[in-house]
Design a protein around this ligand. Structure first.
Ligand code: PHE
Length: 448
């Protein structure tokens, strides 16, 4: 497709909201809260902030610049910039990781829809009677029901992406992201009224310095930053490619980093006070959102409403993120194979749905299939994607930005002429990011 025919964001605000929609997802609410819970709360938050600004922002800006300067999706962007070297294949890795992540992301998003429907219909009593942990295990072990919800997620995602960049993704983001913000605000205000509010605040904001001596905290923080900011999956390259040349990128990158982080922190201030108010344990791992919180909502006054609001919020966050992951693959197939948007969305949506089915079955009929330290299928996919492929791809992208792309071109593409900010960015992608990520990768390869 010629560059002048390329789809574009209708406005700068639309670009920001769509990108924020991609960044704010299950990662901010479901993943952030349990990872922070497992890694000491406040200390984790501190390390996380450092990772976001030292690693996340420079990479985010670099990815936007790759997309906008080439006006191409992830795979083609690298082919355009390095046609004759091996680096031309790098963008394809992002496309593959995006597809892989979406496959299991849709499974978890499907659980969210199930819990949303339970709360909307006020039918959580059944779950309460069985015990929330048992009920959750029973639900995800069912051979068909979770797959039906996963299918629903994929169908919604395909519907949005089929609508196109401006009339699908951007329109939906403009509609849903303000609603998401309002819901979070309402939940946060409600949270202040809970007896465990200050305990929750202390857990999240008071650093426990001893946690800083544990290397896993750094691994977890970096992995979370990649996942939450949607880095190294081709998303930000692809979304950047729909940005008009005259828009300034550095401010967008910083805005998104701050927005994404604030969202996670406020979500934590909703979740932890609730957990403490009812004497439950914050370090529950992935079950936090699906076991601990429903129990909290069941005990809370007006909890049916709060629970419904919470799962609406989670569903919106998940959908706008899933959309961005599918868009990466769709933009790739449109460019590479000349497919129409509709054909690419339907075909790839179906393929990714099928790829995700085993992840769901892994909690039920295929529970016997485990790997990499006894993990089930979904956890293996998450481990390979989030802990290995994402950092690896991020490392390679940083090396490309800092060592392969000509300094002057890279800085110009980032809208950073040789200012102090430009020097900081260049130093980051050249040294800080590769070094930090390499250390983390090696450590996580060790610890499994
Ligand atoms: N950033 C999203 C989240 O926090 C997930 C996501 C990952 C979205 C990768 C796009 C790309 O949940």
């Amino acid at each position: 497709m010629a560059a002048h025919m390329r789809e574009r964001w209708g406005s700068g605000r639309g670009f920001l909201l769509a990108t924020l929609g991609s960044a704010v997802g299950l990662g901010n609410v479901w993943r952030f809260s349990y990872v922070a819970g497992e890694n000491g709360g406040g200390a984790f938050l501190l390390v996380y902030l450092v990772m976001v600004f030292l690693v996340g922002v420079p990479l985010l800006l670099g990815e936007f610049a790759l997309g906008r300067s080439t006006q191409r999706e992830s795979a083609a962007a690298f082919e355009t910039l390095a046609p004759a070297s091996r680096w031309r294949h790098l963008g394809l890795l992002g496309v593959i990781v995006a597809g892989l992540i979406l496959a299991y992301y849709a499974v978890i998003a499907g659980w969210v829809l199930k819990y949303l429907s339970l709360h909307l219909m006020g039918s959580t009593q059944e779950f309460a009677a069985a015990g929330f942990a048992n009920a959750f295990r029973g639900f995800i072990a069912h051979p068909l029901e979770p797959i039906a919800w996963q299918f629903t997620v994929m169908a919604l995602t395909v519907a949005v992406v089929t609508g196109g960049v401006e009339r699908g993704i951007e329109a939906v983001s403009k509609l849903l992201m303000p609603a998401l913000g309002l819901l979070l605000l309402a939940l946060a205000i409600h949270s202040v009224t809970l007896p465990g509010f200050w305990q929750g605040v202390a857990f999240l904001l008071q650093p426990d310095w001893r946690a800083l001596t544990r290397p896993q905290v750094y691994l977890a923080a970096l992995g979370q930053a990649f996942f939450s900011m949607g880095l190294a999956m081709g998303v930000m390259v692809t979304y950047g490619s729909y940005v008009a040349p005259q828009r300034r990128l550095p401010r967008a990158a910083v805005t998104i980093a701050i927005g994404d982080t604030l969202f996670a922190i406020v979500a934590g201030l909703v979740i932890f006070p609730a957990v403490f108010s009812f004497g439950l344990d914050p370090a529950q791992g992935p079950a936090l959102a699906f076991v601990v919180l429903p129990e909290v909502f069941a005990q809370m006054k007006g909890g049916a409403w709060v629970g419904a609001a919470f799962f609406v919020l989670l569903a919106i966050a998940a959908l706008t993120s899933a959309v961005s992951l599918l868009e990466v693959a769709v933009a790739f197939a449109m460019h590479r194979f000349g497919w129409s948007r509709k054909r690419a969305s339907l075909g790839l949506g179906a393929l990714i749905f099928v790829l995700g089915v085993p992840a769901s079955l892994g909690f039920g009929p295929w529970a016997g299939l485990t790997g990499i330290g006894g993990r089930g299928i979904l956890d293996v996919m998450d481990f390979v994607a989030a802990n290995i492929l994402l950092p690896l791809n991020g490392l390679l992208i940083a090396v490309f930005l800092g060592w392969v792309w000509r300094r002057r071109d890279a800085l110009a593409a980032c809208d950073l002429p040789s200012s102090r900010l430009g020097r900081f960015w260049y130093f980051s992608v050249r040294y800080t990011v590769p070094l930090l990520v390499a250390v983390v990768l090696v450590r996580s390869a060790w610890t499994g």
